[in-house]
Design a protein around this ligand. Sequence first.
Ligand code: ADP
Ligand code: MG
Ligand code: MG
Length: 206
Amino acid sequence: MTALDVPAWIARAAERIAADADRLTRLDAAIGDGDHGHNLRRGFAAAAAALPGDGPPGRALIAAGRALVAQTGGASGPLYGTALRRAGKALGDAPEADAAGLAAALRAALDGVRELGGAAEGDKTMVDALAPAVAAYTEAVENGATLAAAATAAASAAERGAEATVPLRARKGRASYLGDRSVGHPDPGAASTALLLRALADTAGE
Ligand code: ADP
Ligand code: MG
Ligand code: MG
């Protein structure tokens, strides 16, 4: 396995988000407005439905990202939509998403989320899962890991990053309105990012 099946990843992500939507919504009910799972279930269903039947993986990511932005309410729609579109642009018209191409795509996704949302690591957002995932993926590939092994390292780093948001005080998004009351809860967007990266790793490992 030297390349990621991007449409299979998006389809699996949509399934996992749907299966975990209630959990994501509960996390958001604790420190936000209780719609994160609902927003993403709708958005990723639209993204999966918008996948072209063939063509380069970068085009599939751009189509999925556009659908996400159009169909997802809340802050997370534009953020995840931007992430997917930037990742797709980074892949360009390459025929495959290989290990190095995916490194550039993940980095571009993170840069897009940071630019749009203005969040840094430690602000208790999806960046706290995505940034360590990109770092772990890149390091693994630089050390000669396969795409699947690097993706597994990324998923584990995202899960640790999401867990590490619990003691943080939110500085971006709705949860920041709570001030210190956001402490003691995981960030829902970091949790969904971890789920998306685990879906990526499981797809890469097939
Ligand atoms: P909303 O807050 O508009 O209801 P969602 O509930 O769908 O949107 O998504 C909330 C998640 O979005 C948060 O848990 C956080 O991870 C992420 N988020 C919110 N604002 C930002 C931001 N400025 N930068 C990065 N991520 C953000
Ligand atoms: Mg919300
Ligand atoms: Mg909302």
